[in-house]
Design a protein around this ligand. Structure first.
Ligand SMILES: [Fe+2]
Length: 176
């Protein structure tokens, strides 16, 4: 049996600002909230029906800034239309973002109001050995973007179809 990712809890200073960003800008719903030990409170957020929480806010942090040593939280979209809708929302909200393609993703990176890094990405049809990163043009059409991505990464090691990579990984994992 394998572990699958469920959630991340971050320590938060400004509850209202962070809640507004994660609900209104990113589309999370609050699923529960309440006190825990030490008189601290926790707020649970999710946008997946089968995950009670994908993100938790543990309230009571002294200073706003990147949490501990976590570089970013990453969220996957089902398709490019969803990623484009997310980008349009960030632009409408004036959130600065950095588009980066890892060859196997079309990603955008930005920060929440307390400077925690966030990545939202759509998977490309390909695998390529990591790490990789090139700026991608969010104004390209889906077809243009696929062409650019293939041309940009096809000479990199292990460039292959995503499903072939997954099949290979499945075999490797079955050995353990
Ligand atoms: Fe990432």
């Amino acid at each position: 049996m394998a572990l699958s990712w469920s959630h991340t809890v971050i320590i938060v200073k400004d509850e209202q600002t962070m809640l507004d960003f994660y609900t209104r800008v990113l589309g999370f719903q609050v699923t529960d909230r309440g006190p825990i030990a030490d008189d601290r409170s926790i707020i649970f957020l999710s946008q997946q029906p089968d995950e009670h929480h994908q993100v938790g806010f543990l309230l009571g942090r002294a200073e706003a800034g990147p949490s501990n040593s976590v570089a970013h939280l990453a969220f996957r979209t089902d398709d490019m239309a969803e990623l484009r809708a997310r980008i349009a929302k960030l632009e409408a909200e004036g959130v600065a973002y950095r588009p980066t393609s890892h060859g196997n993703t079309w990603s955008v990176y930005f920060q929440d109001p307390e400077m925690n890094g966030i990545e939202i990405f759509c998977a490309t049809p390909w695998h390529v050995r990591q790490p990789q990163g090139e700026v991608w043009n969010t104004r390209l059409s889906d077809a243009e973007l696929r062409d650019w991505t293939e041309a940009t990464f096809k000479s990199e090691p292990e460039f292959s179809r995503q499903e072939d990579y997954i099949a290979r990984r499945r075999k490797e994992l079955a050995k353990t």
